[in-house]
Design a protein around this ligand. Sequence first.
Ligand SMILES: [Fe+2]
Length: 583
Amino acid sequence: MKDERPMDEWIKKLTEDSLEKRKLDRRKFLAGAGKIAGLSLGLTIAQSIGAFEVNAAPRFRNYPFTLGVASGDPLSDSVVLWTRLAPDPQNGGGMPNQAVPVKWEIANDENFTKVIQHGTELAQPNLAHSVHVEVEGLKPNKVYYYRFRSGNENSPIGKTKTLPEKGAEVSSMTFAFASCQQYEHGYYTAFQHMAEEELDLVIHLGDYIYEYGPNEYVSPSGNVRAHSGPEIITLEDYRNRYAQYRSDTNLKAAHAAFPWVVTWDDHEVENNYANMIPEKGQSVEAFVKRRAAAYQAYYEHMPLRRSSLPHGADMLLYRDFTYGNLAAFNVMDTRQYRDDQANGDGSKPPSEESMDPNRTLTGQEQEDWLISNLGNSKTHWNILAQQVFFAQRNYGTSTAPRFSMDAWDGYTASRQRITDFVQSKNLNNIIVLTGDVHASWACDLKADYDDPASKVIGAEFVGTSITSGGNGADKRADTDKIMGLNPHIKFFNDYRGYVRCTVTPEEWRTDYRVLPFVTSPGADISTRASFVYQKDQTGLKQAGSNVVPAGVKISAEVEEDRNLAHGKAHEKQMKKNLINIGQ
Ligand SMILES: [Fe+2]
């Protein structure tokens, strides 16, 4: 279907619409900027679009849709369609400093014989020529196909799906979740297999990119690809890094196949940052600028709504999605508002500082939002889609416990407030989804982890990484010790992959989909184990277990090795910085 309006008329209207949006965003931006006194954080976002020249009929020397297409943040009547014009993706994009119109269409069928809506957006240089189309007026629980066109070039075709209407009877849904895709550590075979699944949705829990320079963060099985530039700091650095990751065919295929709901962890900015506090070796002022650049590039490359448009170094990413009467997804951000890690971060015994009742991992507003959602929810399941390990996890000894200060174990008061609320309302349908730790785990959530008789209040499924950590193994040297110390933990596996969940009103089923290797392409995927959770407070039950035919059976690795690898990477960064200063 063609847009019949004369070219200059629709460009004028688009520019006016954008200006109108921009005015609103400018006001919001000014309000947000006040929080960080004395710093100019607008970057390019707050600048006027009126200054841009519009190139109505671009002629591309090179294919502009190199980063593919994506869709996300589905509602029952709406979805975001995403693409970015980037003929030279890893060198700033290769676009002129002009706004360029991009036409989009959405259809009932993949041949586009029944286009039901179409329109045009301006891809603007201040957002790296990305477009985020918020299509409205769609039917609930329905598959759609979409594509873009600019100049004479057509994008690949994407497939997406709306959510069922809030409260509608839903008998079942299937989704996958994933995290941690260090590009250098392996191939995205997991995404190749994910794209072939039948899924209603994909949830990404963060570490979509890693910030390191080439070979700074090395996996135990050796790096097999290399980051294309040094440690990323500036907006252009972050854009080029996203472009490198998103150029991967398998990642593009998974984005094109399903709507994604994304949230970030730390590496979208920097390892283990907390709110405005950098890892080490940077001034807070420099880090705030870095965070603003990182957040902007994240927005530019993800299928997010305008409500997530960054304002300086702030960006609203926590949000919720209701899937009929079946499930409510609370998608969380445990990085942007957290208190600094206690006890100097790392693996530490609990202390007065880590157990300080005033500590927060979520910030007050997000905690209030979560508690209110849990209290008001009428769905069969309530999900916390978030980043870091929620259940207690002692990986020291019984007499000298050690916990990750970056996870909820370092913010015990935050966890307790949520746990207490769940208990006070007698909720038995809480499911926590977690990334971050590059291994698969399954845990009963308990009111008190130190009391074996304490009630089960839900389940946590921790997904392994797509690649981070390299090939991994079926078991690690410390697996038996950790399982013995933490009887509420029911499963551990250290292969790469993703997690598939099938949800019905009565039962939650989780399949751990794993690969025996990622350092070369072509591994088969299989379900290493399946667990079911029912709302009878008897906890997780294993529903199946399979042997992965290839792959390392047991490795010499232990939990702390992950922190050490990041520490070594940081040392390399610091050495390079010293050399740079010396020059
Ligand atoms: Fe990670």
